[in-house]
Write a protein that binds this ligand. Structure first.
Ligand SMILES: CC(C)(COP(=O)(O)OP(=O)(O)OC[C@H]1O[C@@H](n2cnc3c(N)ncnc32)[C@H](O)[C@@H]1OP(=O)(O)O)[C@@H](O)C(=O)NCCC(=O)NCCS
Length: 175
């Protein structure tokens, strides 16, 4: 079997769209009901994210994409955006392969936003060295670097890598 993590192409658009919406089904009943919809991410929203600079990488087996993860360089940080592995293939080590590749693509501090109730996603990032920032700090960061509705800010968390804490987190400024 030929396996690789590669940069996605324009022609991958439909498969990225299906992976996101298949994987996001696990959010049903977990994220706030008023934030859940079908499809979870429309084609227009996905196109908009790409136009705003989210670049997707994919995990491929025998020429078939199974998982995707986006990276977006914005101001002085890099965001990991829209991490999704097809439901049938979650918890098999694909997410970590994507995350490792994306981390090689930047020298900037990395931030990741996710739903506060997506405990599996928070644990996944924590296992790989990311830490939750304080509630006050996450509100500030989500407003500074993300374009998401206020309601999503309320119900999300932000995790940061050690470099972000070293560079930006001046001790005592967040109490
Ligand atoms: C979050 C997500 C992207 C992670 O991808 P994944 O492929 O499932 O993640 P991995 O398999 O690499 O790691 C997940 C767990 O599987 C375990 N695992 C890793 N490699 C494994 C392997 N070869 N065999 C069995 N289990 C393995 C790990 O212990 C890990 O557990 P942990 O999270 O407690 O550390 C994926 O689960 C997903 O799409 N979830 C739904 C959408 C979502 O929550 N996205 C996050 C938005 S920011």
């Amino acid at each position: 079997m030929k396996v690789m993590v590669r940069l996605c192409k324009n022609s991958d658009f439909e498969i990225i769209y299906s992976i996101i919406n298949d994987a996001a089904e696990v959010y049903k009943g977990i994220i706030p009901e008023d934030r859940w919809k079908v499809p979870y991410m429309s084609r227009d929203e996905l196109r908009h994210e790409m136009d705003e600079g989210v670049v997707f990488w994919g995990y491929e087996e025998d020429c078939k994409l199974i998982g995707v993860m986006g990276i977006q360089h914005i101001q002085d940080v890099t965001l990991i955006r829209h991490a999704y592995v097809s439901q049938a293939r979650q918890n098999q080590g694909i997410g970590v392969k994507l995350l490792s590749e994306l981390r090689k693509q930047t020298n900037r501090p990395i931030l990741i936003g996710t739903w506060a109730n997506a405990v599996w996603a928070i644990r996944f990032y924590e296992r790989h060295g990311f830490r939750l920032v304080s509630p006050k700090e996450k509100d500030r960061l989500l407003r500074k670097y993300w374009s998401i509705p206020g309601r999503q800010v309320e119900t999300s968390v932000v995790l940061a890598d050690q470099e972000w804490f070293d560079v930006f987190q001046v001790e005592g400024n967040d109490t």
